[in-house]
Design a protein around this ligand. Structure first.
Ligand code: AMP
Ligand code: ZN
Length: 429
């Protein structure tokens, strides 16, 4: 069994635990060159309540980059056993280091996540995400083994082999990135398998923003229950927050993280229940603790108690990143608004791509949309009607009319890792 009693602790006791761990974390963090300087004048004894965390400065991605590679390590390099890196495609990457103890506590957190959504020791998990520097590979892998599940490190891609492994070894749990899950579901149907005959029952999906509509599509197409999994390399990787069987927001493990939600402009807390930027602090990481990390991810606290009995607060699915916002003709648009709208249109298939270009002085958005095979007919009038319908629905959502390009199923390139949803070709000067 992997239910830790700390998950149902009274809030007051949980907060006391957080205060103690925060003080220890601050003492420890001062051993790192970066925090040694930044927290020089700060006395950890000044932390009396969790709210006192606001006395501490934020840490940003730029701080981490400026400290690349070793500036946040609290101990000599020979005490570390693992390195990962965040998936950022531009600029200096962020290197994340783990001691053996850090790997152990990360595996514990992951195992708790999986247990919370119904995975058990008797299950067989197939890890269909990429391995390598991406934390979703080894993070899920070690968590799954920690829970005692038979774990198959299949990696990403190669759908036919994935299906064979699943059938041969009675795989009951899939770990799969949502955009790949949609593609995979389509392939399963094309290969002539009925999802009802497959041994799976649970999909762990996460690592990239996706809408409730996409979750439901995955659940229907694969005949599976899909649970949202959130994490980021800077905070270990996956295992920060996870849905329980009630599928109503993700519990953040508050014995391991302090969670805050701020207005990204002012840095102040947003009113309870409103959307803002998620800020996280490690409480149990010895090698590379990070304090008040501005994730850029946008979410809100879900008010009230969860029916599962866990007292750790829940956050809503990530609606996007603060830096994902597109500004077009003065209108603020998030890719997830577009996804949400597209996924409610029955003719729309699995994949889409948003392209932004500058024409003269004005910006244009083209939304390329894959259409289900059966709707991709030869009659131009029907296709034009569909194109207009999609453009109109999008306009209702984002308040301007984009160009819509209908694409044949499978024609938009699909990457094996996190999906690229927006290509911005506007010159940045
Ligand atoms: P990385 O550390 O490179 O794996 O990227 C972490 C980022 O992936 C997070 O900061 C989020 O932007 C995104 N992410 C991870 N899990 C989720 C999720 N369940 N929903 C939405 N976005 C996610
Ligand atoms: Zn719950």
């Amino acid at each position: 069994m992997y239910f830790n009693p700390v998950e149902a602790m009274e809030r007051s006791a949980l907060e006391e635990l957080q205060v103690d761990r925060l003080k220890d974390t601050l003492e420890n963090a001062k051993n790192a060159p970066f925090y040694g300087t930044r927290l020089a004048g700060f006395n950890p004894a000044d932390i009396q309540t969790v709210a006192d965390i606001t006395k501490l400065p934020f840490t940003t991605k730029d701080d981490l980059r400026s400290q690349y590679p070793y500036g946040l390590l609290t101990r000599p390099l020979d005490e570390f056993v693992r390195l990962h890196a965040s998936s950022g495609t531009t600029g200096t990457p962020t290197a994340i280091f783990y001691t053996q103890k850090d790997l152990d506590s990360w595996a514990d957190l992951m195992a708790r996540c999986m247990y919370a959504c119904g995975c058990r020791k008797s299950d067989v998990l197939q890890n269909m995400s990429g391995y390598g520097l991406f934390t979703g590979g080894l993070g899920i892998h070690y968590g799954s083994e920690r829970l005692g599940m038979l774990t198959i490190p299949a990696g990403a891609g190669n759908t036919k082999r994935q299906i064979k492994l699943i059938r041969d070894f009675n795989v009951s749990i899939l770990h799969i990135i949502p955009s790949f899950a949609l593609y995979f579901a389509q392939k399963v149907q094309e290969e002539g398998f009925d999802p009802k005959d497959m041994p799976w029952r649970i999909a762990l999906i996460g690592a990239e923003p996706h809408t409730e509509e996409v979750r439901q599509k995955i659940e229907t197409m694969l005949n599976i229950k899909a649970y949202n999994s959130y994490g980021l390399s800077e905070m270990n990787g996956p295992g920060v927050a996870f849905e329980c069987i009630h599928q109503n927001g993700m519990h953040v493990w508050e014995d391991a993280y302090i969670v805050e939600i701020i207005n990204p402009e002012t840095g102040d807390y947003v009113p309870e229940g409103e959307i803002g930027e998620l800020v996280l602090t490690n409480l149990t990481r010895e090698g590379m603790p990070i304090i008040r990390y501005r994730t850029r991810d946008l979410t809100r606290f879900i008010p009230g108690q969860c029916a599962c009995g866990r007292t750790h607060r829940r956050i809503d699915r990530i609606t996007g990143r603060a830096d994902d916002m597109m500004i077009l003709k003065g209108v603020n648009i998030y890719p997830m608004q577009i996804e949400q709208c597209l996924m409610t249109i029955p003719e729309v298939g699995q994949n889409y791509l948003i392209e932004l270009v500058r024409e003269g002085v004005s910006d244009q958005m083209t939304v390329k949309v894959e259409i289900k095979e059966e709707y991709f007919v030869e009659d131009m009038r029907i296709l034009q009607g569909l194109q207009k319908k999609i453009a109109k629905n999008l306009c209702n959502e984002i308040l301007l009319t984009p160009r819509v390009e209908l694409c044949q199923h499978g024609s938009i390139p699909k990457t094996e890792g996190k999906a690229v949803r927006v290509i911005d070709r506007r010159d940045k000067d």
